[in-house]
Design a protein around this ligand. Structure first.
Ligand SMILES: C[S@@+](CC[C@H](N)C(=O)[O-])C[C@H]1O[C@@H](n2cnc3c(N)ncnc32)[C@H](O)[C@@H]1O
Length: 288
């Protein structure tokens, strides 16, 4: 009947679980609890750290998905839910980012299988944390673009790197490390200065994690020297400049500071204690 949702046909349930970037301590409590109680665990073994699967209970059926096709993964999943089992499908980072989750959800919808998505820490945010970077810098870019460059997968019209670069935003590039040279060249051609900070983060949260810092001018040879070909993110923009964290002298303008905790800024929860210097100067007759 229109407007009435079809009832699930099976008694089992599937949880798409964000497995985070690698460090098991970055799992949510909910993710850990569901992995511990699942009857069947299917995990992306190319990207999900093995220690996360160790939370599975003894006797749980565990499958790595890197050598399986979508058809095989769904066959395992459907078999389990038809027997009333709970399946933990662990994806890397957050499942909503390049997680290949949609095609799995379509099969579950078609079969009337109940499922839920549990978010995880994306490698983008784990990388920002390791870099001690705020991706949205007051006075700098207020926008973060999560994207990839064209390779075997074509990019839709309007989403080519050169077009996205026109925004001058902080960029986080997934699945693109083998194209570092092209990325640096295209970003420079699109207007990013050659000294724009770049950070490449390989396997964040894994024991062999590697961080390479540079600029658009010198990052390519550094990445080549490290022979990185997968599992790395490229972060680009002024927000990646480690200098931003250096203490400011009192004479310098308060660059890159948010209004939020400023003494001169009133908001819903707090009144300003002092007025901004410019307003004080005008009130004292000394402003120009
Ligand atoms: C299929 S996508 C999955 C992204 C994932 N859903 C996320 O939110 O991080 C795989 C790409 O994510 C990035 N990635 C995933 N895990 C990573 C990690 N631990 N360290 C660095 N990059 C990672 C790499 O760019 C890799 O090529």
């Amino acid at each position: 009947m229109p407007g009435i949702k079809s009832q699930p046909k099976s008694t089992g349930k599937v949880y798409f679980i964000g497995g985070g970037p690698g460090d098991p301590e970055l799992l949510t409590l909910k993710a850990k609890r569901l992995i511990e109680s699942a009857d069947v665990v299917i995990y992306a073994d190319s990207l999900v750290h093995p220690s996360i699967v160790e939370f599975a209970r003894p006797g749980a059926e565990v499958h790595g998905s890197k050598t399986l096709t979508l058809g095989q993964i769904m066959e395992l999943t459907l078999q389990a839910v038809k027997q009333g089992k709970v399946v933990a499908r662990i994806q890397s980072g957050d499942p909503s980012i390049y997680g290949a989750m949609l095609e799995q959800m379509r099969v579950l919808e078609a079969e009337g299988v109940d499922y839920e998505v549990i978010p995880g820490v994306s490698s983008a945010f784990a990388a920002a944390a390791r870099l001690k970077a705020e991706l949205t810098v007051p006075g700098g870019s207020q926008t973060v673009i999560l994207t990839r460059v064209e390779g075997r997968v074509a990019m839709p019209p309007g989403e080519q790197l050169a077009g996205l670069a026109a925004h001058g935003a902080t960029l986080v590039l997934f699945l693109s490390i083998t194209r570092m040279f092209r990325i640096a060249r295209e970003l420079r051609a699109a207007g990013y200065a050659k000294d724009t900070p770049v950070a490449v983060v390989y396997r964040v949260g894994w024991p062999d994690e590697l961080i390479i810092r540079g600029t658009l001018a010198d990052i390519t040879p550094k990445v080549r020297a490290a022979k990185l070909t997968l599992q790395a993110l490229i972060l680009v923009g002024g927000a990646l400049d480690p200098e931003l964290r250096q203490p400011r002298t009192s004479e310098e303008p308060p660059a890159a500071s948010s209004h939020l905790y400023s003494e001169t800024y009133t908001h819903k929860y707090r009144k300003a204690r002092t007025r901004p210097a410019a307003a004080r100067a005008v009130a004292n007759g000394s402003g120009d």
